[in-house]
Ligand binder design. Structure first.
Ligand SMILES: NC(=O)c1ccc[n+]([C@@H]2O[C@H](COP(=O)([O-])OP(=O)(O)OC[C@H]3O[C@@H](n4cnc5c(N)ncnc54)[C@H](O)[C@@H]3O)[C@@H](O)[C@H]2O)c1
Length: 390
């Protein structure tokens, strides 16, 4: 097991870094400094959560196998282990680091991969999560914040917006495997007193989202529009999703450090926006001139979904505040100023035979430096909460 750390103070100029302090000062005042282990901390959302935790003064340890995450997303003030969450070596990381809190973002998060290779999907999302939960139990972690998916666990909604009492009827393997860990958390709390909060995310978007993934319609459309390429809309485009900007999602994670114990909590606006509407808004922002190409809908995806955030307001004092218009404009600005940030991953679902994954050495100070960009990310002010414009 190799760990790598780059010392020398915060480096606030990493691509996609958002300045948090103004919005988070209130949270910071209430929390003592803790050590937080973040799985998936090199990924889109996890890396922003790491940044937020470090901005609040917490110590952060990242565990990520870099299967879909990027070295340049890693915060140099975090301690990084390149490790698969399925690995037995995870216990050694816990033994060494003794985290107070675990924030579990690492996952196989592709619906398509989950259908093509359900065994891999289950190995990572079920067995990998169970491995994380077992390590939390073994080393007395005070709380596990588990990231689930409101977009995939409910299936086609019986009513909208979906609250947490809505039946769970996933339409794809990914939704089922993400939900499975919620059951284990319930059991481990009852049997062993392991505390948790489950956050069920909607469609999260913003800087650092991978435009080469198959999820993340905002990142994909933006990248294609800025490159003058054709944009493909799967289905009619009338399908609706609940789009929440990344800084709002990070704030939910930070609030969950000290609230929402033993609860499953939706994150969302409670209102959907159609994919056609996303296309039109991005088209206007980027001055894109080409009409979309319509292709068959993707099997396993629901038609309309949005998540009721009432419980998040009640238990976490959380509500979204970055409007869709502001969030999309900022996302476009990010992709415009970082045209070569991402390279396509050659992630192959066939690597399920890799178990347990070998632990490789990795040095962030070398791998990241050539990839980092010097342009600072412009912050978004957090205005009064308002519904995203449609
Ligand atoms: N992006 C969304 O809109 C969305 C919506 C609902 C839920 N989620 C959940 O949020 C979390 C983060 O998603 P994201 O969009 O940032 O995706 P991402 O692919 O950018 O991040 C996932 C991270 O986990 C790492 N990872 C994957 N398999 C691993 C393994 N076996 N061991 C160690 N690390 C591993 C990847 O390298 C990557 O850094 C996931 O749990 C996902 O299910 C995301």
């Amino acid at each position: 097991m190799i760990l790598a750390r780059q010392d020398g103070g915060s480096e606030n100029r990493r691509p996609g870094a958002i300045r948090w302090m103004a919005n988070l000062a209130e949270i910071a005042r209430k929390d003592r400094e803790m050590k937080v282990l973040v799985t998936g901390g090199a990924g889109f959302i996890g890396s922003h959560v790491v940044d937020g935790l470090i901005a609040l003064g917490h110590q952060v340890v990242v565990v990520d196998n870099l299967s879909t995450g990027y070295p340049e997303n890693l915060n140099p003030d975090a301690r990084f282990y390149q490790l698969d969450i399925r690995s037995r070596e995870l216990l050694r990381v816990f033994e060494r680091e003794r985290p107070d809190i675990v924030n579990h973002h690492g996952a196989q998060m592709s619906v398509r991969v989950s259908m093509q290779d359900p065994l891999l999907d289950a190995q990572v999302n079920v067995l990998g999560s169970l491995n994380v939960i077992e390590a939390c139990k073994a080393y007395g972690v005070s709380k596990l914040i588990y990231i689930s998916t409101g977009g995939a666990v409910y299936g086609e909604p019986q009513y909208l917006p979906c609250d947490e009492a809505h039946p769970v009827n996933p339409l794809c393997q990914y939704g089922a495997t993400k939900h499975m860990a919620e059951h284990y958390l319930f059991i481990y709390r009852k049997l062993y007193g392991l505390n948790y909060t489950v956050l069920r995310y909607p469609n999260v978007y913003g800087p650092r989202q991978d435009p080469f993934g198959e999820a993340g319609v905002v990142a994909i459309f933006t990248q294609q529009m800025l490159g003058g390429q054709p944009v493909i809309i799967n289905g009619s485009g009338a399908q609706e999703r609940d789009f929440v900007y990344i800084s709002d999602v990070v704030r939910a994670n930070l609030l969950a450090l000290r609230s929402g114990d033993g609860e499953i909590i939706n994150i969302g606006w409670g209102k959907g926006t159609s994919v056609n509407r996303i296309f039109q808004t991005l088209k206007a922002i980027t001055s894109y001139a080409i009409n979309p190409v319509y292709a068959p809908a993707i099997p396993g995806e629901v038609f309309k979904i949005c998540l009721d955030p009432s419980k998040a307001k009640q238990l976490l004092d959380w509500q979204p505040c970055v409007t869709l218009k502001a969030g999309l404009a900022s996302t476009v600005e990010y992709f415009r100023s970082h045209p070569n940030h991402y390279v396509a991953h050659s992630f192959s679902p066939a690597d399920a035979s890799d178990l347990p994954a070998p632990v490789q050495s990795f040095d962030i100070s070398h791998a990241g430096s050539s990839l980092r960009h010097s342009l600072p990310w412009e912050p978004i002010a957090c205005p009064q909460p308002s519904y995203p414009e449609r």
